[in-house]
Design a protein around this ligand. Structure first.
Ligand SMILES: Nc1ncnc2c1ncn2[C@@H]1O[C@H](COP(=O)(O)OP(=O)(O)O)[C@@H](O)[C@H]1O
Ligand SMILES: [Mg+2]
Length: 315
């Protein structure tokens, strides 16, 4: 089932075209990553999909409803963690959640149990009755995420959910998102953190200046767009120095690094050149134990896509 569907979505602010002809679908149960630099149009897209902004042109549907017209019907099914969520700092964590529970029509009889459950899940039980204003940044973000989930939404929007968090807290937030997605719910997540996208997303779309450069699974994008592969080569320890020397002299091969006493990694290889690399090493006296091509990371893909787009713009 398609949960989000857009067709040629455009949003201008005066002369700025923030969103410039977006067409994409998000299926139920997917974690969909919306990747792009600052200013690419991610937040504008989230605000359009949430009915906060109207499109200049194009169409969009959430659960086959119109985000602008059908706001009240959608509110119950959708949760949002905005880019800079504002908590009521004078209220306690528990009170912040209770207010949202009422706002999102959680049945009065269920509110206490739901609030306690979320406080537990998000590791906030001990500070449930402290004011949010006293919380660290990580605690505030966890509370904001708990708040977005208060009504068990089927679809969750996350706008840069870990931006500005330290790595330990970011990791915790990743676990919480993964747990939520594992319940078969749909997540639309904006990020410029490629590691986060690689870790959490089933499918990603790469956005630049309001345009989609590409969309697909990380695997699809890696095989379509990454120019070269990283290669891992295992040799006998005695011939490893020889392998290093030979690889360093090969044209097109870069970032040659010994991982340990018997494994080297390098970049710049392609499917076509791997046999030649192996032949040269063997001819040079290297005794090879194993050659493993490593899939390009989303980071490789991201940079290849932007480079490609920049070249296209020049020509
Ligand atoms: N309310 C607004 N008024 C004018 N320009 C805006 C507004 N919101 C966003 N923009 C512009 O739209 C572009 C996309 O912004 P945004 O969607 O916030 O990008 P991202 O979230 O990817 O960083 C930027 O050039 C930004 O300055
Ligand atoms: Mg943004």
């Amino acid at each position: 089932m398609t949960v989000i569907s857009t067709q040629d979505l455009v949003r201008r602010f005066g002369d700025v075209v923030a969103v410039n002809g977006l067409t994409f679908d998000v299926e139920r149960g997917e974690v969909f990553g919306f990747l792009g630099h600052n200013g690419a149009g991610k937040t504008t897209t989230v605000r359009l999909l949430n009915g906060v902004l109207s499109p200049t042109s194009g169409t969009m549907r959430l659960f086959d409803l119109d985000p602008v017209e059908d706001g009240p019907a959608l509110r119950r099914r959708v949760g949002v963690l905005t880019e800079s969520p504002s908590l009521d700092e004078r209220l306690t964590a528990r009170e912040n959640l209770k207010i949202y529970a009422e706002l999102y029509d959680v049945p009065a009889a269920d509110v206490s149990a739901r609030v306690d459950e979320l406080l537990g899940q998000f590791d906030l039980s001990e500070r449930a009755d402290s004011r949010a204003g006293e919380f660290s940044k990580g605690m505030k973000q966890r509370l904001a995420l708990a708040r977005a989930l208060i009504h068990r939404p089927e679809l969750l929007f996350l706008d840069e959910p870990t931006s500005g968090l330290d790595p330990m807290i970011a990791h915790q937030v990743h676990e919480l998102i993964a747990g939520y997605a594992a319940e078969g719910r749909t997540v639309f997540m904006c990020t410029h953190n490629l590691y986060e996208a690689q870790r959490l997303c089933d499918r990603v779309a790469v956005l630049e200046h309001g345009h989609l450069l590409a969309q697909g699974t990380p695997h699809e994008l890696a095989s379509r767009y990454a120019r070269s592969q990283r290669l891992e080569i295992e040799a006998t320890p005695a011939t490893l120095p020889l392998a290093l020397k030979t690889l360093n002299k090969m044209s097109g091969i870069e970032d040659v690094e010994a991982q340990n006493h018997s494994v080297i990694s390098c970049s710049g290889a392609t499917q076509e050149t791997i046999p030649d690399i192996v032949a040269l090493l063997v001819a040079g006296g290297v005794r090879i134990v194993r050659v493993t091509p490593l899939e390009a990371s989303l980071e490789d893909v991201y940079f290849a896509l932007h480079e490609h787009a920049a070249k296209g713009a020049q020509s």
